[in-house]
Design a protein around this ligand. Structure first.
Ligand code: 13P
Length: 304
């Protein structure tokens, strides 16, 4: 079986993207995996700490158990998304037990997010987690720069965020960060933002974010590792296509499929929610990212 790290490397070299679909509600697992399989595509399913704390995915184990019911290694692997060292409510998190639990449960890859700390602290925390992940044979994703949106309280106007570029991943810091931490994939801030998660705002339509592709090119050249785009929902498609050509190998998608589920189940029918997720996931794979059939490309490349 190919490791997730090898699969992401194949996508990065061949310039297609591996989506990572978030599972904030356990019943979303089945339709997401079916949609990926029916497009003969390859993707990750993932859960972030805030999704078992603030939504309904319950626990790392509950997500792993649900994944096991539908697992299909040719098309899907399980990833642990954001484990923050400092969370969206500015609380310090005891992250290592979560990382260790995910490894024990059989998650295939994981992320540590210490991006709210200083550069030196982010490096220290990320290196510690990368070492543990690598000993277990797993790829480790990290984040540098601020992909805003999960924090409580209002965001600055999007045009200001984009024009100032202040929260973007800095090129010189990225070089140092990758060299010193040994992270396998780097989540970058280049204009992307996360969908809102507070109870009051989580149903809102997300802003159509733009991406600074020139900045991405500089990050790609200096880091030379697969880059990750968080906040995938709602980014204008022409930017996504350019981003995939310029170093993005993994894209995280949460809000779009979550809202499809929430809207679908408003009638009180979980199956209506599942159907909406299935259709939305197929649309994203086929029409937005144009990655139908990538499962075969990966299998073939893995034999070369
Ligand atoms: P969206 O909810 O904006 O798609 O972002 C998902 C994400 O980046 C999870 O890590």
């Amino acid at each position: 079986m190919l490791a997730t790290k090898q699969i992401v490397d194949i996508a990065w070299n061949k310039k297609f993207v591996i989506p990572a679909f978030n599972i904030p509600y356990l019943p979303m697992m089945k339709p997401v995996i079916e949609a990926i399989r029916d497009e003969n595509s390859f993707a990750l399913v993932q859960v972030a700490r805030l999704e078992w704390e603030k939504f309904e995915s319950k626990s790392l184990k509950a997500v792993r158990d649900e994944y096991e019911c539908w697992r299909d290694e040719k098309h899907v692997r399980l990833h642990l998304d954001h484990v923050p060292a400092l969370d969206e409510d500015a609380k310090l998190v005891d992250y290592m037990p979560i990382i260790n639990e995910a490894i024990e449960l059989g998650y295939d890859s994981l992320m540590i997010d210490a991006s709210r700390l200083s550069l030196e602290e982010n490096i220290e925390v990320t290196k510690r987690v990368c070492d543990v992940a690598h000993q277990a044979g797993l790829a480790c994703e990290a984040e540098l720069g601020a992909v805003l949106g999960h924090e409580s309280g209002p965001l600055p106007p999007y045009d200001e965020i984009f024009a100032s570029g202040e929260s973007f991943t800095k090129v010189d810091e990225a070089a140092k960060f990758v060299a010193e931490t040994g992270c396998d994939w780097l989540s970058v801030a280049i204009g992307n933002i996360h969908g809102a998660i507070s109870e009051a705002t989580r149903g809102q339509t997300k802003i159509a974010a733009r991406l600074d592709i020139q900045h991405l090119k500089e990050l790609k050249d200096i880091t030379n590792i697969p880059l990750v785009l968080h906040g995938g929902s709602g980014i204008r498609n022409e930017y996504i296509i350019e981003a995939i050509k310029n170093g993005i190998a993994k894209i995280n998608v949460g809000t779009e499929i979550r809202q499809a589920y929430e809207k679908g189940r408003e009638t009180g029918d979980i199956e209506a929610g599942r159907k909406a997720v299935y259709l939305k996931t197929r649309e994203i794979i086929k029409e937005h990212y144009m990655i139908s059939g990538t499962a075969d490309i990966i299998s073939t490349a893995g034999k070369e």
